[in-house]
Design a protein around this ligand. Sequence first.
Ligand code: ADP
Length: 700
Amino acid sequence: MLAAAALGWRAIRLQRRLERSERDRRRAADELNRRLSELFSLQELSYILSGSLQLDRIVEQVVRYAMRFLEAKGALVALAADGEGEGGEDADRRRLKVTAAEGTLGPLRGGSIGADDPGLIARSVTGERVELVHSTDTEPTPLVAGIQVASAAAVPLRAHGVLVGTLVIADPRDGVFAPEDVRLLSTVATHAAIVIANARFFEMVHHAKEQWETAFDALSEGIAVVDTQGSIRRANRSLAAMLDSPIPSVIGLDLGTALLGQSPALVDLLAAARRGERAQPLVLRSAPLGRALRVNAARIPSPEQEASVVVLVEDVTDQQQMEAQLIQSEKLAAVGQLVSGVAHELNNPLTSIAGLSEFLLEQKELASKDRGHLRVIHEQAERASRIVRNLLTFARKGPAEQARVDLNDVIQRTLTLMAHDLKLKDITVEKVLPTTIPEVVGDRHALQQVVLNLLNNAAQAVADNTPGQRRLICINTSFDDRVRMRVSDSGPGISDAVVPQLFTPFFTTKEPGQGTGLGLSITYSIVEAHGGRITVECPPEGGAAFLVDLPPAPPTPPPTRDAAGREPHAPPAAPLAKRTILLVDDDPAVRRLVKALFGREGHTVEVARSAQHALDLARTRTYDLILADARAMTRDHLFVEQLVELHPGLKQRILVATGDVRASTDEALAHLGLRYVRKPFNLRDLLDEAAQVWAAVALS
Ligand code: ADP
């Protein structure tokens, strides 16, 4: 009986033990299943993370999987500033940004947490390990200021010893974090930190690459990377634009050929750069592009023997032109100063030689031999006067007058002036002068000189053509943003060797007596003084072409000053046939000429001994004309200025003889509104001007 009972007990104990071990086995099997499923999930996460370099996607996945592993109610990843911040304060750098958040922590997404925040998130980044918190009724633990959860774990994310952020899990299954959960969290965090750090690094490199490429394309210089064969491997937009092709079409081209046609100098430069030498940049004229280029090259550091070279190409055409113009202007200014002094001294002697010889030629009783001699004297004096006048125009800085000028009209008049000469030489002129050309502002006489010089040169050029060749001059005007004039001819053209010297004063290829070499330099000075430019072309059809461009006059005409300076209260001029003239000039030869000229016409010429004497005479007597040298001075004032100030009514009767080259004198005369005649003048000029003074007085 006892034995049976004992047997029964053993059976029961065995039964219980069996039951217990069955429970243990089942628990172990469950645990194993759970761990296996975690392992698979971890593997899955690791697979997803390693397949992406997008930071946003990576942190979203980390949050989602962490929540899933711990069956938690919420999770987030807050990232630290990446240290690439644009020079922000330290405190800013230590801020955390909630980059991904799910579940109950979802509302925190996008928020930023300061380093001094009292909550778990900010605190976790200062530690090394997982930090766990459980709120109690008496001591609630916030995640961030103002937000609490029942229990949470935060694990700092560190890669290569650098903090990248923190992973936070709130309210896991059953409200507690088992030791296996903590281990799992650490594993996820370690893996995530490395992937996040890599993604950040990738973003940084990508951003830097983008910045570099933007800068590469934004540069106005052309840049190319060329391989050892000299072929373009990379090119920026400017280089492609220089070659007039899109970037893809430029890749693979031989740089030297594309830029310069054949250029041994460039090949040498590239070879030197490849060897690591710093060669001087090349400045070359590119025939295919028709531009001047400065090319520089440097080796791209590389451990390989065969290195690529980066080539910098600058278009220096405009810069070269500006430099050449500057040199030209300076040269002209220096020569101008020199010649103006000489020319001025020649003014009076030439005026009297030309004038008196002309005067004598009109005497009837001259022997024919003497008349011949005298004619030579007169012609040569006139020729010398023309040269002096040219020199003075050349030396004069600004345009003397500032009036609105119709360039087409100037051209028409100049052609009329030259018509006889052109016909004699059998020259055809073709002109295209559209009526839509706006006016320009400047000095009509100076602009006429420009047209005259260019037409004269063209006429001289075609006059040398052989009988079979056409003698043709084309002149046309057009307007885009500038008023343009083109004078071309069918002459022999201009050789390359001559072109650089064309505008240099006294440069001429003509026989002595045929040219002074001043025409084009004067033209250049005048055009420049009008804010314009003159360039020369050798057109493919032959001959030479000169192009002038000038700024157009403003659309509304400026108020015009009364050129004759008429005053309403001036006393009316006496309608006398015989005039009384007051002459103010200290040169005896000029005085003799003027007296002889006007005396012959029956007028009376009174000569003032000095400017002061002239002022006294003008006060006491009435003169029909006061002919005064522009430089005549009373102590420290210009005589004409004082005369106008003291006797404004006489303004109309004043004629100023000026040989001055100073722009200030021109301005003073223009300001006073006085009529003037330029020295050296000839007798007709002087009589014409005097007649105009009298006509103006009679009209007023
Ligand atoms: P000049 O005519 O007195 O020689 P310029 O300054 O006007 O002085 O001209 C300088 C030189 O430029 C001339 O000697 C000539 O060689 C050249 N030149 C100017 N215009 C032409 C042209 N239309 N055709 C050919 N050569 C020209």
